[in-house]
Design a protein around this ligand. Structure first.
Ligand SMILES: [Zn+2]
Ligand SMILES: [Zn+2]
Length: 529
């Protein structure tokens, strides 16, 4: 082939490098493997090990994203119809962890002593902050003390939300078992979808019938506070049903680009009960309310000397975040009240049924994509809708530190020079997040009784035993990343060749192991017969 070919012929030949990538993808090998140097502590023997990048987005690494999705599906399946209480025994605290908590206790006592004598506690408060961080870094779950809201907020129920009967929550997490007349037992579970309320009528394509009356601001705020609303729903549901209800939930966008949530729930609840809990659930955002006072080129200016933002015309210092919060009065309404829409979907699902598999498919379908990439805009109206929502989200405050507060004449928390409304770096403003920057999968703690790492380890154990490989003790090795300048560093192309070869080799081995297992089963039955 070499020599006399036309340019067109040469262009038509597949690119060698692309073929390697395609082969890697085909065999489920990571496209961006990470190179590690593994040294055996006893023998000093050095080996190069390529590990998958583990990215969860298909746009970055399709095989790793697909593996992550399958792992989530396994986690979902394992917890959904669990028939025994998962046992979760936390590890005992280490010496270091205990020492940190002791230190934290002594600091608290000192601080409270100062406070009781009306003395300055700033220094010890700072120390407490540092210790709390250190405690988290040391791997302890949760906080020593619950975060105390600085301000008292009315906890009166909203008059426009129905009250909810409350029961004491008992620790049971598994659903009830029913027995059919023929003696068969079954334990039904639930698949539920909750959506946001209507912001205006939308067509089949998800685009509003009338974009001018579609409530983009409300849509943006609901998306920004969706995670908090979901938390509140779970809390209400647990109090209502009276047990420690467990769920596996995935957040996804609808065609109209509003978030909705699919939940696999262990055990059942009636539609009537669900409707009551949804109607009674709301989340109030107590942020300062007010009018937009600054816009376009007319924006507050930063003052170097005082480290504050000033009114561009009068030079008046704008209220700080804390001052603005303090100014919220008893009569004021919250900044936003997030609620679910009245429409919801619920269906009973039995363990191991085709329905169950289908629902797990729904739950994990979009996990390898950004929210903003799940629905492509095919028409101008769809693109226009996406653009208007993105614009609303760009100027909506995402958090107390958001630069967009300057539009309301309020200095964001931790204000610093260079803040510009519409240019906040918060993830929620980015187009691909559609206002929801939280976690895409929300799993309650006693779902399967395992962490994602445990589920991953299960798969690995299964694989090594299927291949008949000896279990390696991780403590036998030291690991270090191989950096580009190192003599043993492999460029990505070379790593890809290695992972393709490895992958094909162990797939062949796995196939062989499976065939052997099947054959020995056959011969065993043959002998029995
Ligand atoms: Zn990868
Ligand atoms: Zn922001």
């Amino acid at each position: 082939m070499a020599g006399r070919t036309t340019r067109a012929e040469r262009m038509a030949a597949p690119l060698a490098r692309q073929v390697v990538r395609d082969l890697a993808a085909e065999h489920g090998a990571c496209l961006r493997p990470v190179q590690l140097r593994r040294t055996d502590i006893d023998t000093g023997h050095v080996e190069q090990v390529l590990i998958p990048c583990g990215h969860t987005l298909a746009s970055v690494c399709p095989p790793c994203a697909e593996r992550a999705r399958i792992l989530r599906a396994a986690q979902c399946r394992e917890g959904w119809h669990l028939d025994h209480e998962p046992v979760i025994d936390p590890d005992p605290a280490t010496e270091d962890q205990r020492a940190l908590v002791t230190d934290r206790a002594e600091t608290q006592e000192g601080r409270d002593l100062l406070a009781s004598e009306g003395l300055d506690t700033t220094e010890l408060d700072e120390r407490i902050g540092e210790l709390d961080e250190a405690i988290t870094d040391a791997g302890l779950r949760g906080q020593v003390l619950p975060a105390r809201p600085r301000r008292h907020r009315s906890t009166r129920r909203r008059q426009d939300a129905a009250p909810l009967p409350r029961r004491t929550v008992n620790p049971r997490t598994i659903g009830k078992t029913y027995t059919a007349p023929d003696g068969k037992t079954f334990r039904p579970s639930l698949f539920v979808t909750l959506t946001c309320p209507s912001y205006g009528r939308v067509g089949e394509d998800g685009a509003p019938a009338d974009p001018d009356t579609y409530d983009y601001q409300r849509a943006a705020r609901d998306a920004l506070h969706f995670a908090a609303l979901f938390d509140r729903f779970i809390q209400n549901l647990r109090r209502y049903v009276g047990n420690d209800l467990q769920y596996f939930a995935a957040i996804e966008p609808q065609r109209r680009l509003a978030p909705h949530v699919h939940l696999a729930i262990r055990g059942t609840i009636s539609r009537h009960e669900l409707r009551e809990v949804i109607a009674a659930t709301y989340h109030q955002v107590w942020w300062p309310t007010g009018e937009i006072r600054y816009d376009g080129g007319h924006l507050p200016v930063w003052d170097e000397h005082t480290g504050t933002y000033l009114d561009p015309d009068t030079g008046e210092v704008l209220p700080t975040w804390d001052q603005a919060l303090d100014a919220i009065g008893e009569q004021d309404e919250p900044w936003h009240v997030a609620r679910f829409g009245a429409r919801f979907d619920a269906q009973g699902v039995l363990a191991g049924s085709r329905d169950a598999s289908r629902c797990i498919g729904y739950l994990t379908k979009y996990l390898t994509k950004h929210l903003g990439d799940c629905h492509q805009a095919d028409t101008d109206t769809q693109a226009g809708h996406a653009a208007r929502l993105a614009d609303a989200l760009r100027y909506e405050p995402c958090s107390p530190t958001c630069a967009n507060w300057l539009r309301y004449g309020i200095q964001p928390r931790n204000a610093r020079a260079g803040l510009r409304p519409g240019a906040c770096k918060g993830k929620a403003h980015r187009r691909e997040y559609l206002g929801y920057a939280g976690r895409r999968v929300l799993v309650s703690r006693k779902w399967s009784g395992k962490t994602l790492a445990d589920h991953r380890a299960d798969r690995r154990t299964w694989l090594t035993s299927a291949l008949g490989l000896p279990a390696t003790d991780p403590r036998q090795y030291t690991w270090e990343p191989v950096k580009p300048g190192d003599p043993d560093h492999m460029p990505n192309g070379q790593r890809l060749l290695h992972v393709v070869a490895d992958r094909i080799q162990w797939q062949t081995a796995l196939e062989l192991a499976r065939r052997r297992a099947a054959e020995s089963d056959l011969s065993a039955t043959g002998r029995a017969a």
